[in-house]
Design a protein around this ligand. Structure first.
Ligand SMILES: CC(C)(COP(=O)(O)OP(=O)(O)OC[C@H]1O[C@@H](n2cnc3c(N)ncnc32)[C@H](O)[C@@H]1OP(=O)(O)O)[C@@H](O)C(=O)NCCC(=O)NCCS
Length: 263
């Protein structure tokens, strides 16, 4: 496996809580903070960094350059306050974290999850068993992605979004949580964040945009490139800008999907 006991090095960080991290480094550039828990048969690539309170389950693979357990830091102009303190980051057994992925502190990842190269998962996210987080996906703070959901490459999920079991989010989908951004960015109105909810078994096709607070119903489908401004009823198909009802899911197909997703 890995060998991380060569020498301890103080981290060049300057965030409260992150300032005093001490890493042990090895000849492959892996840096592992004191107290990190590593299960059996874990594989760590070159230049992997594991911050405090990271816990890797058995047979986890963390590929080259990945960073696990970092704290968020603010430059004081960000709207939302962040806490730069460590919390447990647990990666379940047989999960894979791709090259140069960044997973923040305080995240829970289930068993058999794939986090592809360059994905970024912010603090407080909860990822269920068997989930796929594609290449370059951005999950903001406190997202919940439930078991067997699939998030394709370069999707952006806003803070506090819920993606339920077996939902499928196509490439390049963008979600939003703030309709008042015009005044809110200058502090001219109080922030009101309303995250969308993507219900069990729904599909949001490539390149769609979901506006704040929208609910995509169970088994529904949003067509590629749509801009969704109204809630989408379960088992319906919407398309366009703004998205309008196109048809319903064929009843025979619906019955088969219901059997799979347990709706
Ligand atoms: C411009 C914006 C704020 C308008 O939202 P709004 O004032 O709440 O609009 P309304 O819900 O009152 O919608 C009025 C009508 O315009 C339509 N509409 C709203 N936004 C639309 C959009 N982006 N594209 C097409 N039609 C849109 C609505 O469907 C509605 O028509 P309908 O009643 O026939 O369905 C919203 O479209 C938007 O862009 N929000 C910004 C989200 C964002 O990027 N935030 C920053 C990142 S989190």
């Amino acid at each position: 496996m890995h060998n991380v006991d060569r020498r301890a090095v103080r981290a060049p960080l300057d965030g409260a809580g992150a300032r005093d991290v001490v890493f042990r480094r090895d000849e492959a550039g892996r840096a592992v903070a004191a107290g990190v828990v590593i299960g059996h048969d874990v594989r760590l690539g070159n230049n992997v960094t594991l911050y405090p309170q990271v816990e890797l389950g058995d047979r986890v693979v963390v590929m080259d350059g990945a960073v696990l357990g970092r704290v968020p830091l603010s430059n004081r102009t960000t709207t939302r306050p962040v806490a730069s303190t460590f919390a447990p980051l647990v990666v379940g057994p047989e999960s894979i974290v791709g090259c140069n992925a960044v997973i923040y502190t305080g995240v829970t990842i289930g068993a058999g999850v794939l986090v592809a190269d360059l994905a970024s998962i912010r603090e407080g996210c909860r990822i269920g068993d068997g989930v796929v987080i594609g290449r370059g996906v951005m999950l903001l703070y406190d997202c919940e992605v439930r078991a067997h959901a699939r998030i394709q490459d370069q999707v952006h999920l806003v803070g506090n979004i819920v993606v339920e079991e077996h939902a499928f989010i196509g490439m390049g989908v963008v979600t939003t949580n703030d309709n008042d951004v015009y005044s809110q960015r200058f502090g001219l109105s109080a922030p009101i964040y309303r995250a969308p909810v993507i219900r069990r078994g729904a599909v949001v096709a490539a390149g769609a945009t979901i506006l704040p607070g929208i609910e995509i119903g169970v088994g529904a489908m949003v067509a590629a490139g749509s801009v969704v401004t109204r809630d989408v009823p379960a088992w319906s198909v919407v398309a366009g800008t703004p998205a309008r009802h196109m048809r319903d899911i064929d009843p025979e197909l619906r019955a088969k999907v219901e059997a799979i997703i347990g709706a």
